[in-house]
Design a protein around this ligand. Structure first.
Ligand code: ZN
Length: 194
């Protein structure tokens, strides 16, 4: 089932997510709905606050097309496995460690900011400990776009948005559009409720 994606200006995007406590069929269904919604919106990550649920929960899908080369590497529970073995990923209760490495700039987008992009500096490599939808603990160590996507979605679960980390010059360029989006979202909430 497709879920409506909350846009900037919706206060839920600024809430810190509650830990996931129950690993039941409803959580598995939420993960499936979020993956479907993310695919339909052509995103590579979607966090629960973006569909109106302030939870420590997000999904990621970086599956490669057959002719694409991976621009990231990773281990899953200390093993090397193909990306399609773990994707799409549903991450509950993420514990993120940003490993000491270089920062790199990349133009990011966000499904809660349609059409808006800007460069964000993030570290190259992370370690993520989390629980899957059955509550089983895993560890992923990854770099590149995988590490960047995890950092972006993890931030969402803390109420942090990519505009908070965006390069100042890029932020200035889209500031008017950000304010307009916020006004539109707030007007929509006022008229139709959440
Ligand atoms: Zn986002």
């Amino acid at each position: 089932m497709l879920l409506p994606i909350r846009k900037f200006g919706d206060p839920v995007l600024r809430e810190k997510g509650e830990p996931v406590a129950v690993f039941d069929e409803a959580l598995a269904q939420l993960a499936a709905d979020m993956v479907e919604t993310m695919h339909a919106a052509k995103g590579i990550g979607l966090a629960a606050p973006q569909i109106g649920r302030a939870m420590q929960f997000f999904v990621i899908d970086l599956q490669l097309k057959p002719d694409e080369k991976p621009d990231f590497s990773f281990t899953f529970d200390e093993k090397s496995v193909p990306a399609e073995f773990v994707m799409p990923l549903a991450i509950a209760n993420p514990e993120l460690t940003i490993l000491p490495d270089d920062e790199w700039l990349y133009s990011e987008g966000c499904l809660s900011f349609p059409g808006l992009t800007g460069e964000v500096a993030r570290r190259e490599k992370v370690r993520l400990r989390y629980q899957d939808v059955r509550g089983i603990r895993h560890e992923i160590v990854c770099d590149g776009i995988f590490a960047r996507c995890i950092q972006h979605e993890y931030d969402h679960c803390q109420g942090v948005l990519f505009i908070d980390r965006m390069e100042k010059a890029d932020l200035l360029k889209i500031q008017t559009k950000i304010k307009q989006l916020k006004r539109e979202t707030q007007a929509h909430i006022k008229e139709f409720g959440r």
